[in-house]
Design a protein around this ligand. Structure first.
Ligand SMILES: Nc1ncnc2c1ncn2[C@@H]1O[C@H](COP(=O)(O)OP(=O)(O)O)[C@@H](O)[C@H]1O
Ligand SMILES: [Mg+2]
Length: 406
């Protein structure tokens, strides 16, 4: 029988390097924003348009994960709305919205606290949105976060959705001034392949959040490390090393915070009185894997599918790397693969080019050997991470619905 008094600690162990680990939680709102002055200025410039009677119909706020898009955009808009009563700001995160109906309903819920039933359809939801906005201040800024999670939808077309949001009849009739800010990792026009009708209704106002460099990450993470750890437990040399590796690999503040938290846990577990380089190293791979898996899960179906082809050959019971385009194509055309997802050589080649742009594979031309000049392909990460992710992709990816039986 377990004695729970033995099991639970009364206090933190004396040898813990942490004072307040919660400070390193990426979800905890930091007091101040560092190293994003130029983005703050760009966002403020857009908002200042209110004084001239103009806000752009859309603003694209984009950049890789963990670069402060959500934090900075929310805060700047909030501070502006605090100071200007003719402006309202609403924030909606669309990450969990798998259909356009859900997404529209989430916006309605943010505005009114109520949702429409499915039978009321997108028409019903939009009617509700325009009715709610009619009572809003002169200007409404609508922040739509993680908008790139919106996908092809069997019931509605994203073009239709955006067109309505931008040019909806109810909106025009009531003369509602709405500025829709789209927060995403990629530029939306590229990602969703919006048609020209929608594109011409959007403005080309863009604010880019680049990955953090070493100095930026130091400024972002530094104050949090001061508060999270006992004095002297994160030696300057180790802090510099962690920041440098986080910047070099990800440029992502969220991952940098996580890396230091995990390195601190390793130090405590090993009963070290301070964090060492080895504590950082021990967690680099874990964080790296998490980062890659996250990328894999957000890939369109064809891209993920082609990657499974890239890692599907074995040699001495290990995944064979590199492979050729022909081998990838052959793997993807094996018996048992449904016709509807088969890809031609050319399509495979195009997807591989995309994957290379995304930094997931590396390719080079090999001119040695009997076959002449031939393209070699290998993953930039541990190839095992692909098969290890298949099941999760099948359950979590919004792209996977493509395989639903018709
Ligand atoms: N410039 C910054 N200053 C302070 N903390 C930051 C900064 N950028 C990111 N962070 C931290 O990282 C977390 C993730 O940032 P977030 O804005 O959500 O990134 P994104 O939306 O680009 O993925 C924030 O909640 C915050 O804790
Ligand atoms: Mg975000």
């Amino acid at each position: 029988m377990t004695d729970y008094d033995d099991l639970f600690a009364d206090t933190a162990p004396d040898d813990s390097v942490f004072v307040d680990k919660g400070v390193l939680d990426p979800l905890a709102e930091p007091e101040s924003i560092h190293a994003r002055e130029s983005q703050e200025r760009e966002l403020a410039t857009v908002l200042n348009g209110v004084h001239d009677g103009y806000l752009p119909p859309t603003v694209s706020v984009y950049g890789p994960p963990g670069t402060g898009k959500t934090l900075t955009t929310r805060r700047v808009c909030h501070e502006f709305a605090e100071r200007h009563e003719q402006v309202a700001v609403e924030y909606v995160n669309l990450k969990e919205c798998r259909t356009l109906f859900r997404a529209a309903n989430e916006i309605l819920y943010e505005l009114t606290g109520e949702r429409k039933k499915a039978y009321q359809g997108l028409d019903g939801v939009f009617a509700g949105i325009w009715a709610a906005l009619a009572d809003y201040p002169a200007w409404t800024v609508l922040l739509l976060d993680e908008i790139d999670h919106i996908r092809r939808d069997t019931n509605y077309d994203p073009n239709e959705f955006f067109y309505r949001l931008l040019r909806g009849e109810g909106k025009l009739k009531r003369d509602i001034s709405l500025s829709i800010w789209l927060l995403s990792n990629e530029l939306l026009e590229i990602d969703l392949r919006l048609d020209s009708r929608v594109e011409s209704a959007m403005s080309d106002e863009q604010v880019f959040f680049p990955p953090y460099g070493i100095d930026d990450l130091r400024a972002v993470v530094g104050p949090r490390l001061e508060r999270a750890f006992h004095e002297g437990t994160v030696p300057e040399e180790v802090r510099a090393y962690g920041v440098q590796e986080a910047a070099r690999r990800w440029g992502d503040a969220r991952k940098a915070l996580t890396l230091f938290r995990q390195a601190g846990e390793t130090a405590t577990k090993r009963k070290f009185d301070r964090m060492t380089r080895e504590c950082v190293d021990a967690n680099l791979e874990t964080t790296e894997r998490e980062a890659t898996v996250e990328k894999l899960l957000s890939l369109p179906f064809n891209h993920f599918f082609v990657l499974t082809g890239v890692v599907s050959w074995t040699e001495n019971s290990e995944i064979k790397q590199p492979v050729t385009t022909a081998e990838v194509h052959e793997a993807l055309s094996r018996e048992g693969v449904p016709d509807q997802i088969c890809l031609g050589q050319r399509a495979v080649r195009d997807v591989i080019t995309d994957l290379e742009t995304m930094g997931l594979v590396e390719t080079w031309i090999d001119s040695r050997g009997a076959e002449g000049r031939i393209k070699r392909i290998e993953t930039t990460f541990e190839p095992e991470w692909v098969p290890e992710t298949i099941e999760q992709y099948a359950t979590e990816s919004t792209y996977f619905t493509k395989l639903d039986p018709v």
